[in-house]
Design a protein around this ligand. Structure first.
Ligand code: KG4
Ligand code: ZN
Length: 331
């Protein structure tokens, strides 16, 4: 067996462990979800998240090891998310990685979660060709970037306020849907029509985003409309507005920057509506669309392990200590 990396991801509410080889082949990946714990609060309860990670991290690693016939000498290094994320959650992952590194005598690399997402479209199979225009849409971030290669990243535009994933979650809550709102809103929207003209914030202004106005418009509509449309139509109208913003800005970015690939990563990249619109756009712009398979769009540890291979290649070794606020340019 060739060398492999153990990836550990505990930045938020998923305890994730994976083993990935140098070519991005995922030998094993497990995600222990905390949705059941947080759904009664309608969002993530940070203290509960940290406690749940403590309970699940070692059993998840043990079970992952059992699934593949891996010998200790095959593990080249351990890569663990060092940020951005919740302090309590990050501490569980980084401390576990540090302890395992000591016990097994393996180097431990602290990894930027966002760099993990950026690499997720190359898991299982190399898809991305550079230069690439990348749209990252997760619960914590929304931005467009231009990548000359897998480590040279230029931010083209980011959100001034909420991320699109966060907006999905809040609209989901307004519609009485379970947490996380993203998949539930998409599902409801499929059965509706975009009958309400919600705003498309900053649509014609450069490549920056803003989603708080859209979120407020949905809230205002829900509290002040004299006669509410169906929840299906409200969801569909919201998704339509969010998609128009994401696709219009992506088109602008693709026009400005010669790109071989158009890459979409992060939890919202699991949205069937976004996948469909992105395919239309990439056909029109004659650029190859690179999407991570669904299981690699939302948080996982395989993307962290793949990013660890990049750090090793570049000779970058960050400690396994939490950094709550990292930008995409940070390692
Ligand atoms: O990347 P991710 O798993 O975690 C962060 O790094 O934030 O993204 C989570 C976000 C949540 O806001 C969730 O509602 C959204 O991704 N999401 C979706 C879908 N699946 C997850 N949003 C829209 N459609 C989906 N199918
Ligand atoms: Zn994430």
């Amino acid at each position: 067996m060739s060398d492999i990396i153990l990836g550990i991801e505990t930045s938020c509410d998923d305890t994730a462990v994976a083993f990935v080889d140098e070519n991005g082949k995922v030998l094993s990946s497990m995600v222990s979800s905390q949705i059941k714990i947080h759904e009664e609060f309608g969002g993530i309860f940070p203290e509960h998240a940290a406690r749940a990670h403590i309970h699940t991290i070692l059993p998840t690693i043990t079970e992952s090891l059992k699934k593949i016939n891996v010998m200790e000498h095959n593990i080249k290094a351990i890569g663990v998310t060092r940020g951005p994320g919740l302090i309590g959650s990050l501490l569980v992952g980084t401390n576990t990685a540090a302890a395992l590194g000591m016990a097994w005598n393996k180097p431990v690399y602290g990894i930027n979660h966002l760099r993990g997402h950026l690499r997720s479209a190359d898991l299982d199979e190399k898809r991305v060709k550079y230069p690439a225009t990348v749209l990252l849409v997760s619960g914590g971030h929304t931005f467009l970037a231009y990548m000359k290669n897998k480590s040279d990243i230029e931010i083209l535009g980011t959100t001034r306020d909420d991320s699109v994933g966060e907006t999905y979650d809040k609209v989901g809550r307004m519609l009485g849907l379970p947490y996380p709102g993203g998949p539930a809103v998409d599902k409801l929207a499929k059965n509706g029509k975009p009958t309400i003209e919600f705003p498309r914030p900053m649509l014609h202004e450069k490549l920056e985003f803003s989603f708080s106005g859209l979120k407020s418009a949905v809230a205002r509509y829900m509290t002040t409309a004299s006669k509410l449309d169906t929840y299906e139509n409200i969801a569909s109208s919201f998704v339509d507005a969010a998609m128009e913003v994401l696709i219009t800005k992506s088109k602008k970015a693709l026009k400005q920057n010669r790109s071989k690939s158009f890459v979409i990563v992060g939890g919202v990249a699991a949205s069937p509506q976004l996948r469909e619109k992105a395919l239309e756009l990439s056909n029109k712009m004659q650029v190859e669309l690179c999407l991570p398979p669904l299981r690699w769009a939302t948080d996982n540890a395989a993307m962290i392990a793949l990013a660890t291979w990049d750090y090793i290649e570049l000779g970058i070794h960050k400690p396994a200590s939490p950094q709550l606020h990292l930008s995409i340019q940070d390692f």
